[in-house]
Design a protein around this ligand. Structure first.
Ligand code: LMR
Length: 469
């Protein structure tokens, strides 16, 4: 095997770390202490750690607390972390210390060693110190909540909202395209009064529009940053101007707006903003699940189902049944929904705890939140582009079926009253006739009156048919 190692040191003594690793002793201890899931912190979180460390170095430099050369080397190293050049240097498991100290120290060590290298020194010689320089005036207890909010806000604002906008645009296009397709409405999964397919898609489009509003509505609290609270929220060991200055640098780096937390004790001891925001993600996942389910039902068949819409032929559906096409992309949305509901349980369990001055579920909250945001972003865009965009209406089938619907009898109520309309519906069902035939045969309507009162398209509007004068 012959893997090369070098010796790194922390307050507990020496540790052997892989020779080519930028991480140091504390990260190595965490690797050995937490062989739990093999799941590391996500790209968005690692990027956010880089953003926080860069901003902290800039603010500390401005405040004269870290010398210019060291700060510049930290900034350069943090830029590489932000860009994703060192993701393989973050090996610490999600299921680690509840404060995320191991991830904070992982960032401190990687940035310190890389900064030393940039400054012309050797990796491991601690000319840039992970605690004294990279972590100056900070604690994991304010760094990790700050990274959580930066990562969560970026995931919602920059990934999820644009993906939902894609889905929204595709649903809106179908709303217009299907506006003239009259079909049977369904309540309780039973035939109900007619509806236009475009109206149903308008409902889906509005669900997604409201989802976008929800994703935007929860952003305000995520814009608050814990940085500057240090260990317990009091700010010991940090400059009074540090939180505001660092928040400005974080806003510049991310091209969005962050601000110092209204209350640093709340910002470290509780993560209600993450719970609130994940509630929106769960709601959005539920909307997408409902839409996906409906489209699967409407596309069921093609010969022996509802068959009102035709689904795209994205891939052969079956390994054994030739010619079968399945609504696989919609099913994938259904899978994502289940995962997000599970993640919501983890996020809300984690945010509902936290003892006294520190919530101790930070890594698991961050991981589940960011997984939900990523899954939903990918699912929304894919659902829009690879499923909704390719749907077609089976117009002729919709028309034939709606003419046979018993629910057309509803429109008879204003003209002949509920009791006679019920009698017509029962006769039609018993004798295999349409409502129109049964109503005319019973002598309740003339042919002309039936044309006017039993017009399925007219029934899709807010009208009282046969009552124009
Ligand atoms: O790592 C830190 O900065 C603090 C740690 O989470 C602690 O409170 O013990």
């Amino acid at each position: 095997m012959g893997e090369d190692y070098r010796t790194e040191e922390d307050s507990l003594g020496e540790m052997q770390v892989p020779a080519d690793a930028y991480w140091g002793a504390q990260t190595q201890r965490a690797v050995e202490n937490f062989p739990i899931s093999g799941i590391g912190m996500s790209r968005r979180f690692i990027r956010a750690l880089g953003v926080v460390k860069k901003a902290a170095a800039q603010a500390n430099r401005d405040l004269g607390l870290v010398d210019d050369d060291t700060a510049e080397a930290i900034v350069a190293a943090a830029d590489e972390v932000i860009a994703g050049e060192h993701d393989d240097q973050f090996p610490v498991d999600v299921f680690q210390t509840g404060s995320g100290t191991s991830s904070n120290m992982n960032a401190n060590e990687v940035i310190a060693n890389r900064a030393a290298e940039i400054a012309g020194a050797e990796v491991g010689d601690r000319v840039v110190h992970p605690n004294d320089h990279v972590n100056y005036g900070q604690s994991s207890n304010d760094v990790i909540p700050t990274a959580m909010h930066v990562a969560a806000l970026e995931a919602v604002e920059k990934d999820l909202v644009p993906a939902l906008e894609t889905l929204h645009a595709e649903l809106e296009a179908k709303e217009t395209e299907f506006d003239g397709v009259v079909k049977t409405g369904r309540t309780h999964l039973q035939d109900a009064t007619p509806i236009r397919l475009g109206q149903e898609f308008g409902g889906y489009r509005t669900q997604v529009a409201k989802g976008i509003e929800r994703a935007e509505g929860v952003q305000s609290n995520l814009r608050e940053l814990a940085l500057g609270g240090t260990a317990v929220g009091t700010g010991l060991n940090t400059h009074p101007d540090f939180p505001e200055l660092a928040a400005e640098y974080i806003s510049d780096e991310t091209n969005t707006t962050f601000r110092e937390a209204e209350n640093h004790f709340e910002a470290q001891a509780a993560h209600d903003a993450m719970s609130e925001a994940h509630g929106a993600l769960r709601t959005i996942a539920g909307s997408m699940n409902k839409i996906a389910n409906d489209l699967r039902l409407l596309a069921s068949g093609p010969r022996n189902g509802l068959g009102e819409i035709e689904q795209p032929e994205n891939q052969p559906g079956s390994s054994i049944m030739p010619g079968k096409i399945n609504p696989v992309v919609a099913e994938s949305v259904n899978q994502v929904h289940k995962q997000v509901v599970g993640n919501d349980a983890a996020v809300s369990a984690g945010t509902a705890r936290g003892e006294i001055d520190l919530n101790l579920y930070k890594p698991v909250i961050a991981h589940n939140f960011l997984e939900s945001a990523e899954l939903l972003s990918n699912a929304a865009a894919t659902f829009g582009e690879r499923f909704v965009a390719k749907l077609a209406a089976n117009e002729a089938h919709c028309e034939t079926r709606v003419e046979q619907s018993m629910a057309l009898a509803t429109a008879l109520n204003p003209a002949i009253g509920y009791d006679k309309a019920s009698e017509v519906a029962k006769t039609a069902l018993k004798e295999g006739k349409s409502v129109r035939e049964a109503a005319v045969e019973a002598g309740y309507l003339t042919e002309d009156e039936a044309d006017e009162v039993l017009d399925p398209e007219a029934m899709t509007r807010r009208v009282i048919l046969g009552n124009e004068d």
